[in-house]
Every structure is written in structure tokens, then in C-alpha cells.
Design a protein around this ligand. Structure first.
Ligand SMILES: [Zn+2]
Length: 208
């Protein structure tokens, strides 16, 4: 396998997925440095602005099937968490789910892959079979602000509420836009018994 990898590296030298310069890392050091962390607020945490390096990486990750980006992007989330949230306060991680149809289309849930990267680092479980998206929703960014809340209303469902009772959850998503998706998820997790829900998104979009 190592031999095959060497041959492949000769034919297709590994490149940074963002700037495309030859590099062994999926996101090179130069690109990584361009990401500046945002300041946290009480329960909402976003690593960086949905722009530049993060935006390019997220678009490739989600829409060009570059799942290898989950690991380095998850590492940014871990670094952010280590500076901004006491992870002893978290019992487990819940990724914002995709509707089953969207999941089949894409083949993966980007938030779930990011959660796994965080799980591995903190040795905390990612629990995916708890929160479900039962209503097909339009992508939030395609909608005017006032319709986004309506769009996600009743979109999520909890199955297995006993797992949630008095638990502290880290809810993970890729992009925070108006916050209507994560607040709808938070609401339903709390209604079903969760004690605290901390929200972590990889990026925060201010202008879409
Ligand atoms: Zn780069």
C-alpha cells in the first residue's frame, strides 16, 4: 500500500485542498493561519467567519465530496473548544441531522463527520440516532430571513428521549446563519429533557 501511495503521490502530488499548492496536509499551514477565531457568546460558539479559507474548505467538503477535510476542519473546532469551552461540561455530542433523502443524496452528513473528529479528541461519544430531521427543508441560505424560522419549525424530532434526561449536549453544525436551525434543535432537545445545549458551528455567516 505504501508503494502504491508513493506512485500515486508522484502522479498526483498531494495538494492543499484550499490553495492547491503542493502540500502533504489537506489544509496547508499558510491557509490554516488565515482562519481567525471568533469570540464566543454564552451558548453559541462558531470557530470562524464563513469566508475565505473556511468557506472554500466547507464548500469542497460538502459539495465536492472531499470528506478528507473533516479531519483538519474538526481539528480547528477542537482547537477552538480547547480555548473557549470546558468540555467537562459536555456528556456527548449531537450533530445537526440531515433529512434521510439529503443524506442518501450526499452520502454523508458533514456535521456528523465533524462531530466524529471532536469525539475522537475528547473521547466523548457522538450520538447520531437521537435527533432526526423529519421535514424536508429548503437550504436556509436560499430563504429570506423571516422565512427561515418557519422553514425549520417542526423539522426535527427526538427518538429515545431517555438518553437526554439531564444531559449536557454539544450540538454541532457546519454553518450558523440566522441561528434558526440550531435554536430549533436546542428547543426540541431541551423539551425532551436535555439540561444544557452548547452550540458549536464551524463557521458563522454574516452576509448570506
Ligand atoms: Zn493552502
Amino acid at each position: 500500500m505504501q508503494f502504491l501511495k508513493s506512485i500515486l503521490d508522484l502522479v498526483f502530488p498531494p495538494r492543499c485542498e484550499v490553495c492547491l499548492s503542493p502540500n502533504d496536509k489537506v489544509i496547508c499551514g499558510g491557509c490554516a493561519q488565515k482562519i481567525s477565531f471568533l469570540k464566543p457568546s454564552a451558548f453559541i460558539h462558531s470557530v470562524g467567519e464563513y469566508d475565505g479559507v473556511l468557506k472554500t474548505a466547507i464548500l469542497k467538503f460538502k459539495f465536492k465530496n472531499k470528506t478528507g477535510l473533516a479531519e483538519p476542519l474538526g481539528a480547528f473546532m477542537v482547537k477552538y473548544l480547547s480555548q473557549n469551552l470546558d468540555m467537562n461540561k459536555v456528556d456527548f455530542i449531537v450533530p445537526v441531522p440531515l433529512h434521510s433523502k439529503k443524506f442518501l443524496e450526499r452520502g454523508f452528513n458533514q456535521s456528523e463527520l465533524l462531530s466524529h473528529a471532536i469525539s475522537k479528541h475528547y473521547n466523548l461519544p457522538t450520538v447520531s440516532g437521537l435527533l432526526f430531521r423529519v421535514k424536508e427543508t429548503n437550504p436556509q441560505f436560499e430563504l429570506p430571513r423571516n422565512e427561515r424560522i418557519k422553514n425549520v419549525k417542526g423539522a426535527f424530532e427526538v427518538r429515545g428521549a431517555n438518553l437526554l434526561r439531564d444531559r449536557n449536549i454539544l450540538l454541532v453544525d457546519d454553518i450558523y446563519t440566522t441561528g434558526s436551525t440550531v435554536s430549533e434543535c436546542t428547543k426540541i432537545l431541551k423539551t425532551n429533557g436535555a439540561k444544557n445545549v452548547h452550540v458549536l458551528t464551524l463557521s458563522r455567516a454574516y452576509s448570506i
